[in-house]
Design a protein around this ligand. Structure first.
Ligand SMILES: [Zn+2]
Length: 368
């Protein structure tokens, strides 16, 4: 615009000059020179205008390229874990923040192993769950229960190893002979939640049920160094905060041992078993205090691994926490479980445990 203005100004001066000097020959010569200079200036202005147009076009192109570069950068940033060359061994996942190689079992599992939750980010979890089916293992590779071989466990590197168990009392809890398979405490209405112990979120307690053997022998589902306990209790909880592909459920497992003493904290529940002998029979327990049932046992530390439900449909969505310290019941208290009846009412429910499954290369952790 400035150059066009200059051209107009020069043209005006020359036109005025034209009238002023038209009668003189020498003036005509000077006027011609001025005109040719004006022409030259006009040509220069044209060239400059062309350059401006060229530069404007180039600027537009650069701007567009920059936009697309930014988009590419954003994309790379979002997908860095998929795109950049893998520096971790085959099967491991590289943490976004510190380049640490993480066991794929620890990705999207509700377990914050990268310390910055990058292993729990939705985008990565989607990729991992689609490509690696949660644990980098084929389906049916993470089944439960398992035998825990103490010598082959890794220390759980997490400061927060205490699982926080609700302390409040729950009134009017239903105790049920569930389908002729087990005794089940319905705790869904109790507003019980658990957290801590390396669990990334808060889990709501749904129910507690039991697995037992025959004649007070070999009833637990999990075994420790090949040892099978007479009874195992599972407190089943569901993730209430956030999402976790491999740890939608957290099950707390407790092993039982026979003691000489009667465990008074269990009196009401054991007494209730007498009222639910038949399939789907239920009774109401006036008061249940979860913490009293398991007092002390959660301080002893636990084993942790990723596995499945031990009953159909055996979904591989469970983060297992198995407490080391056992709960003690007297032989006569334990014997009450075996008095429950199966479907049809002819047989007692015994040996309602699943056999131990292959570890399939999974890591079992323990508090150290
Ligand atoms: Zn169970």
């Amino acid at each position: 615009m400035k150059l066009i203005g200059l051209l107009v100004l020069v043209a005006c001066v020359s036109t005025v000059g034209g009238f002023r000097f038209s009668s003189s020959r020498s003036n005509e010569g000077r006027f011609a020179k001025i005109l040719s200079r004006v022409d030259a200036q006009a040509e220069r202005v044209d060239r400059l205008n062309q350059q401006i147009t060229f530069l404007e076009t180039k600027y537009d192109i650069l701007l567009r390229n920059l936009d697309s570069d930014f988009e590419t950068l954003e994309y790379l940033d979002d997908n860095v874990n998929d795109i950049r060359p893998k520096r971790c061994p085959e099967g491991a996942i590289e943490c976004a923040n510190n380049g640490k190689c993480v066991d794929p079992l620890l990705v999207c599992d509700g377990f914050n192993d990268c310390q910055d939750e990058s292993d729990e980010k939705d985008k990565l979890c989607r990729v991992v769950s689609a490509k690696r089916q949660c644990a980098g293992l084929p389906t049916n590779g993470r089944q439960s229960p398992i035998n825990i071989d103490e010598a082959n466990t890794k220390c759980l590197k997490n400061g927060d190893i205490r699982v926080s168990i609700p302390s409040n009392t729950c009134n009017r809890v239903l105790l049920k002979n569930k389908g002729g398979h087990t005794a089940q405490l319905e705790l869904g209405k109790c507003d019980y939640s658990i957290s801590g112990g390396g669990l990334v979120g808060t889990y709501s307690v749904l129910q507690a049920h039991f697995h037992w053997g025959k004649h007070l022998k070999k009833g637990s589902e999990h075994t420790i160094n090949g040892l099978q306990y007479p009874l195992e209790m599972h407190i089943v909880t569901k993730l209430a905060t956030g999402k976790s592909t491999c740890a939608e459920l957290a099950v707390l497992g407790f092993f039982f041992e026979i003691s000489k003493e009667r465990n008074q904290a269990w009196d009401a529940l054991i007494a209730g078993l007498k009222d639910v002998k038949k399939e789907d029979q239920a009774t109401v327990l006036d008061k249940v205090n979860l913490q009293e049932l398991i007092t002390g046992e959660t301080d002893s530390g636990f084993y942790r691994y990723f596995g499945s439900l031990t009953t159909k449909p055996f979904s591989e969505i469970v983060i297992w926490t198995l407490f080391k310290e056992t709960i003690k019941l007297s032989a006569s208290q334990l014997a009450q479980f075996e008095k429950l009846l199966e479907h049809g009412g002819k047989h007692h429910i015994v040996n309602n445990f699943r056999e131990v499954q292959d570890l399939n290369g999974r890591t079992v952790y323990k508090t150290c």
